[in-house]
Write a protein that binds this ligand. Structure first.
Ligand SMILES: Cc1cc2nc3c(=O)[nH]c(=O)nc-3n(C[C@H](O)[C@H](O)[C@H](O)COP(=O)(O)OP(=O)(O)OC[C@H]3O[C@@H](n4cnc5c(N)ncnc54)[C@H](O)[C@@H]3O)c2cc1C
Ligand code: FES
Length: 265
């Protein structure tokens, strides 16, 4: 196990970091069988919706949404070689990051009624967004979905948002949907969203999750003329607009995204 800092004095260094920079992991929490939350001994000047590139030397580098920037916190679901290797890291081990990259969610004006919709690890940036925006919103509807109850993430963290933050919005409600009905109401997050959007309860939808979910939310928002800010995923390599690997429908997601605005605000 490695435990070192390249920063003299031992304090938590603060970015942006333009090159991969090693930080020790201060804690690893298990969220479910496939997902862990890593906290690093570092802080970043960043906003909810932005991401960092995490690097394991001689192996690979992949993008991860910031769950928080101070200290830097990342949620990792193990789906393949890189994320499985990340899951083997322990407190005291080093992880190299560079960033922050991309744009953030943007609050057009205070007093809105917003819905935050997260699928799988898509909830990662939404928890920080709730903490940042709740004091400025009129109402917040949080909708979290997954295939099964085992895959639902961060429900407790949303419930545990400090009373000072939760109480600052006129209302905050959290709904869960699972495809197999093992928790919350059976069905998709879009079923829950439609119930709110069709009643004219929403001014803005912010969402992060799989492409199919985002595409369905986009269609729903378009049908009911509700603006959406959707955080899209793509394969990223440079993260600074050079390689073109993250192109999605003409947008370079590492620069123009990952949050794209749909339907005007
Ligand atoms: C802007 C941005 C933010 C991201 N934020 C996060 C984050 O907060 N947390 C996080 O865990 N990942 C996040 N990702 C995805 C992450 O970068 C990697 O793609 C992921 O960790 C898989 O890498 P891998 O090398 O382990 O597996 P890969 O070899 O890339 O994937 C292995 C296989 O799993 C499939 N797969 C990929 N993702 C999933 C999934 N969610 N469920 C089921 N199968 C899947 C792939 O299609 C492939 O077949 C983000 C991506 C982007 C672009
Ligand atoms: S990752 Fe290289 S252009 Fe976006």
């Amino acid at each position: 196990m490695l435990n070192m800092s390249i920063f003299p004095g031992g304090g938590a260094p603060s970015g942006p970091f333009h090159l991969p920079t090693p930080f020790s992991i201060s804690s690893v929490e298990s969220d479910n069988e496939r997902t862990k939350t890593f906290t690093l001994n570092a802080s970043l000047n960043a906003m909810p919706g932005q991401f960092v590139m995490a690097w394991l030397p001689r192996f690979d580098e992949k993008p991860f949404s910031l769950v928080a920037a101070d200290p830097v916190t990342l949620m990792v679901t193990a789906v393949g070689p890189f994320s499985n290797l990340l899951h083997r890291l322990q407190p005291g081990d080093l992880l190299w990051i560079r960033g922050p990259f991309g744009n953030a969610f943007r609050l057009p004006r205070p007093g809105l009624r917003a819905a935050f919709v997260g699928g799988g690890y898509g909830v990662a940036p939404l928890l920080w967004l709730a903490r940042a925006w709740l004091p400025k919103l009129n109402a917040l509807t949080v909708i979290i979905g997954a295939r099964t109850s085992e895959d639902l993430l961060y429900i407790e963290r949303f419930d545990a948002l400090p009373e000072a933050v939760r109480g600052s919005a006129a209302t905050m409600e959290t709904f869960t949907r699972t495809e197999d009905g093992s928790a919350g109401v059976p069905g998709l997050v879009t079923d829950q969203l439609e119930a709110h959007v069709s009643e004219g309860e929403l001014d803005l939808i912010c969402a992060c999750g799989p492409h199919g979910m985002l595409a369905a939310i986009d269609r729903l928002g378009e049908k009911f003329s509700v603006p959406r800010q959707l955080s899209w995923e793509a394969y990223m390599r440079c993260a600074v607009g050079i390689c073109g690997s993250c192109e999605l429908n003409g947008s370079v997601l590492c620069l123009d995204g990952p949050v794209l605005e749909h339907g005007g605000v």
